[in-house]
Write a protein that binds this ligand. Structure first.
Ligand code: HEM
Length: 361
């Protein structure tokens, strides 16, 4: 729905874009292509995490000992016929990561050219810098022969990078751009805070898991649910502390907190999107915990272990999505300064306090 205010932003509208009016009479164009591109990028990044997990799960991390070259070749010219065994995973991971780096660069240019939201353009730049840093960290960890600190940082930054791509996709979706506060009430800020804390705890769990995995302590406690012969290990060391924290302490904390967030999301006044992601969490969390248990029972078999990392990333993004959509309703994430319930007149016009500030500066 175009209005007379649009002319100030018209240079940003690409063919086929729909326009959305928001508070402050700023118009944000919705583009199915841009949303599809960002969604595809997020899904490909998720798959890249799986390939990266397979590198570690199959102990292929040093199958290609040099970087940025591959056995002295330019990495893009390395013969495909030689990609066998561990080289298949390690070199395949590098090639796929390069594709993602290229797509992120294209996307940053797109966002810069066509999106009027200053904050989203900043996220676009950040995504670009993070993917470059991630590639360099990957190279450093190979050259230093996989030290725990660098490999774990590479694993942690991968999850944050995935979070950024998922956020870009959410922010380019039609629901985000055309969202209206249908309830007329706004109690979402509490959910935003709770889901943000849950995301932070899940991220901590992921980092603890990465340190445990890269210091070869995944089976430091080889039994589950009992730890050796009792519920608490009879002795402690570095590996046992990380293992016990990852396999027992944090899963209990996450489950308790997730139940609270889910119950809160199902309250009548929450946004549809936050509620939908809460449903996803209901299914995802038990699957993730079962996969974690299977890692121990199957002695770290590569495929279930990699799926555990893959679904762990999905669990993290799901918690973030609940926070983003609750925050969206509240106007926090989108950059609105208003945190108050919309006035009845705004609701009637479909202009809630949940707005996208479309500054072109
Ligand atoms: C919300 C719950 C959980 C999340 C988000 C999660 C996430 C992760 C992630 C991301 C990794 C891999 C880290 C990396 O290499 O970068 C990992 C490793 C691992 N997780 Fe979990 N995990 C969860 C629960 C569990 C549970 C309940 C168990 C077992 C009872 C478990 C057992 C393991 C083991 C043994 C490893 C190490 C695998 C190896 O050494 O190769 N996890 N976890």
């Amino acid at each position: 729905m175009a209005t007379t205010d649009f002319h100030s932003h018209s240079h940003l509208q690409a063919p086929g874009q729909e326009l959305s009016q928001t508070q402050g009479q700023t118009l944000i164009p919705y583009s199915g292509f841009r949303f599809g591109f960002n969604l595809g990028l997020a899904l490909l990044t998720w798959f890249l995490l799986f390939i990266g997990a397979m590198v570690t799960s199959t102990n292929s991390g040093l199958s290609v000992p040099d970087w940025p070259t591959t056995f002295g070749h330019n990495m893009f010219l390395y013969p495909l016929s030689k990609m066998t065994g561990g080289i298949f995973y390690e070199h395949g991971h590098r090639l796929f990561a390069s594709l993602i780096g290229f797509l992120v660069t294209v996307n940053a240019v797109f966002v810069l050219r066509f999106d009027s939201r200053k904050w989203l353009r900043r996220v676009g730049y950040l995504t670009f810098f993070v993917v470059v840093a991630q590639g360099i960290l990957g190279g450093i960890t190979v050259r230093l022969k996989l030290p725990v600190e660098v490999s774990s940082s590479h694993a942690a930054l991968a999850e944050l990078f995935f979070g950024l791509t998922a956020f870009m996709a959410a922010a380019c979706s039609r629901a985000w751009i055309h969202h209206e506060n249908k309830s007329g009430f706004n109690f979402s800020s509490k959910l935003f805070r709770m889901a943000s804390i849950l995301s932070a705890i899940v991220f901590t769990q992921i980092v603890v898991g990465a340190i445990m995995r890269h210091s070869f302590a995944g089976l430091a406690i080889p039994t589950f649910p009992k730890a050796f012969n009792g519920w608490i290990p009879p002795f402690w060391n570095f590996g046992l502390v990380f293992n016990f924290t990852h396999t027992r302490v944090l899963p209990l904390l996450i489950t308790a907190f997730a139940v609270t967030v889910i119950m809160h999301s199902f309250k009548q006044n929450q946004t549809d999107m936050a509620r939908r992601w809460a449903w996803v969490l209901c299914f995802l969390l038990p699957i993730q915990i079962m996969l974690g248990v299977s890692v121990i029972w199957l002695f770290k078999a590569p495929v279930p272990t990699s799926f555990h990392l893959f679904f762990g990333a999905a669990t993290f993004i799901t918690c973030l999505q609940i926070a983003w959509w609750a925050g969206r309703e509240d106007g926090v994430v989108s950059g609105s300064t208003s945190r108050h319930p919309p006035k009845q007149s705004e609701v009637a016009l479909g202009l809630s306090s949940t707005v996208i500030k479309g500054s072109t500066t």
